[in-house]
Design a protein around this ligand. Sequence first.
Ligand code: ADP
Length: 576
Amino acid sequence: KDAAQEAELTDGFHVLIDALKANDVETIYGLVGIPITDLARMAQAEGLRFIGFRHEANAVNAAAIAGYLTKKPGIAMTVSAPGFLNGLVALANATVNCFPMIMISGSSEREIVDLQQGDYEELDQLNAAKPYVKAAYRINHIEDIGIAMARAIRAAVSGRPGGVYLDVPAKLLGQTMEAAAAQRSIVKVVDPAPAQIPAPDAIARALDVLKNAKRPVIMLGKGAAYAQADADIRAFVEKTGIPYLAMSMAKGLLPDNHPQAAIAARSYALKEADCVMLIGARLNWLLSHGKGPTWGGKDHKDWAQKKFVQIDISAQEMDSNVPIDAPLAGDIGSTISALLKEIEKNGFNKPDTAWTGSIAEKRDANVAKMAKNLTAKSSPMNFMTALSAMRDVLKTRPDVYLVNEGANTLDLARSVIDMYEPRKRLDSGTWGVMGIGMGYAIAAAVESGKPVVALEGDSAFGFSGMEVETICRYNLPVTVVIFNNNGVYKGCDVNPTGGADPAPTVFVKGSRYDMLMEAFGGVGVTANTPEELSKALAEGITSGKPTLINVIIDENAGTESGRITHLNPKSAASKK
Ligand code: ADP
């Protein structure tokens, strides 16, 4: 071949990169190795940002939360079989949480994999991925890269968002084609997440149900936060005058100190309401499936005879657990704006002050009760002492992202730390999963350039702790705060046999997590008192330097499984 002929050719590596760039992808979260190392190098050379991680689950978690924050699919990249499987857990988590993302994994030779002849890292990745994702595709020919990427993007963000798997055999990357034809094969997706406008009769039906309610309440979920219809959602809540609750990641969609916030009166509101409007929240385990005592029912199977209005982009979500009286199948932005138009035309009678007043009263009483726990100091610190210090600092910085995982650390922080801006709270989500911490924190910092605080239980941190090196390598403004009580749930269990092994829930006592951050050039601090914690946290946020605060918590503090102790199986046979 002469030089002129060579110059006209391009390869799979570059077509893939061009397809990403044509669709405004700026960042890839990944971990290199055979067969994607050169792909990552070339992506960087072509102006994409490649954020390299230490474990694939963290890279894929990062891509997932990038998708949630931006409404564009987050992109993750992994090597074959083991790297793919490491990433799959986070891809499944993204799908369960309705976060749009694409995990691109290198894979081995089809011919060898299909005959199970034992290739390097042999695994039928496409079929392994399928049960856990919204969609899974493989690209076999270089000519198909453009359309395959378009398909993956559309699958990730249209309708109910989710995780997409894209299988890239090693051979594909080395395939060549004429450069001009390759350019023509690239697809820029038009309107990747088309509006889904609910039918006018569905809007009328929903307003009818709401108007006839005596004690209505709105429940905002992370779907509502994802929709980025913040101003309209706020206008809808305020124009209807209906008290609202927020699922944890929807906190801050309206500021938690909004006069209509019923968050601190959640139990009361769910029990007493006669009508609940769900906006981007599923009636799953986090909402006790919409029935039983939480909802004022007699037993766990009892539908509590409430009216339900539900906005969800997935029509299939309706009637999943209890009958929905007024389903609004549509995207939240379009649906809320249609509801607002009707309200502007026909007016809306705000709920009776007997109802809104009783909620406000309950809320204020609960807040006062909690204030007592927050001011009661303990030495060594307990969760509430440490959280009260954190709350005061974070109140002054509503722009900070708060990543949160753990058992007690998650459950208590959720109710103590108020959020004032949308999409600033990122947490364990639908599965209540541990391990999202550093991946979410890194992507929040990369995507926003804003400071991030990752509030972690010591156990939760362990799942992604090695990424403190990644935080230091990219010099990200992340402050990791570890509530260290020496174990899972608490650190005071003992081995009943008296043997040398510690109890299953106990870690090395007095661990110096702060030194882990120092090992990579970041700032490590130990905080024994609320004052030390406040000071270190404020410094971490303002300095923007990678910081880790090892917060010493009483090892006797903590409840088994936090607020979900009841989910642990109990045997009727075991009598103590
Ligand atoms: P939470 O855990 O906060 O209760 P869920 O993850 O259970 O929230 O529910 C989110 C819901 O929002 C999902 O059922 C999803 O289909 C829906 N959803 C996501 N994005 C949109 C959107 N743009 N418009 C309407 N519904 C959406």
